[in-house]
Design a protein around this ligand. Structure first.
Ligand SMILES: [Zn+2]
Length: 89
């Protein structure tokens, strides 16, 4: 059973996912489930934000639908300013 950490993220099993970002320098970095309240506090209220994952290394936020994953943006990326940065693809 997954338990939520105080900072609102849940670590996913390492084997479950890897970062979908082709530019991510650490593709084996832990992926985590992002709490909807965290995104909501950053102003993201879209329906997809109810269930999203985040790369703990580059901050990429994405959603999964079976094997397909959709990149949504960055949340607290170490390079970009803190907070939410959407990516329009
Ligand atoms: Zn990444």
């Amino acid at each position: 059973m997954l338990t939520m950490a105080p900072d609102g993220v849940i670590a996913l099993p390492k084997t479950q996912l890897s970062c979908p970002a082709s530019l991510c320098k650490k593709p084996d970095s832990p992926q985590e489930e992002l709490a909807p309240s965290l995104l909501a506090s950053a102003g993201v209220t879209a329906a997809w934000a109810q269930k999203s994952q985040r790369c703990s290394y580059c901050g990429l936020v994405y959603t999964s639908d079976g094997d397909a994953r959709t990149i949504r943006g960055y949340f607290n990326n170490p390079v970009f300013p803190e907070g939410w940065r959407p990516i329009y693809v």
